[in-house]
Design a protein around this ligand. Structure first.
Ligand code: SF4
Length: 127
């Protein structure tokens, strides 16, 4: 049951910090920049969220799917101008490892706006 989001594929969102720096052509249409600008906020300023938001998961008692950092990027190292281009084989290996371990596999995007290959279009959820 969604607690604080209208996003269909997750139960909750959690943004322990917000903001990000555009570092590659893939950031050109960043929705976080669009939304922050719409709200009159500076998307390029990275800030820690207020304590009520930062500590929000401490209140959650039931298992849930959580979209973390919808207004920033945890893995920005791989988005810089020198980032490696996502290879299909890397994700296929992860998909196979997930299947072997009984772990859901959820593929959200490739790098540089490339389409997700058909064999990677899994969007599974924990039970
Ligand atoms: S790395 Fe992600 S969150 Fe950060 S500016 Fe680029 S698209 Fe936006």
């Amino acid at each position: 049951m969604a607690e604080n989001t209208g996003i269909l594929w997750t139960d909750n969102t959690w943004n322990p910090w917000q903001g990000c720096h555009k570092v590659s052509p893939g950031c050109m249409n960043c929705y976080m920049y669009r939304d922050k600008n719409r709200y009159g906020q500076d998307p390029a300023t990275v800030i820690r969220s207020k304590p009520a938001t930062f500590n929000l998961p401490l209140k959650w008692k039931e298992p849930a799917k959580v979209f973390i950092c919808s207004w920033s990027d945890f893995f920005i190292e791989e988005a810089d101008p020198d980032a490696r281009i996502m290879q299909t084989g890397w994700a296929l290996s992860l998909k196979e490892q997930c299947a072997s371990a009984g772990t859901p596999f959820f593929m959200k995007q490739m790098s540089a706006g490339a389409p997700i290959p058909k064999e990677l279009q899994g969007q599974e959820f924990p039970r």
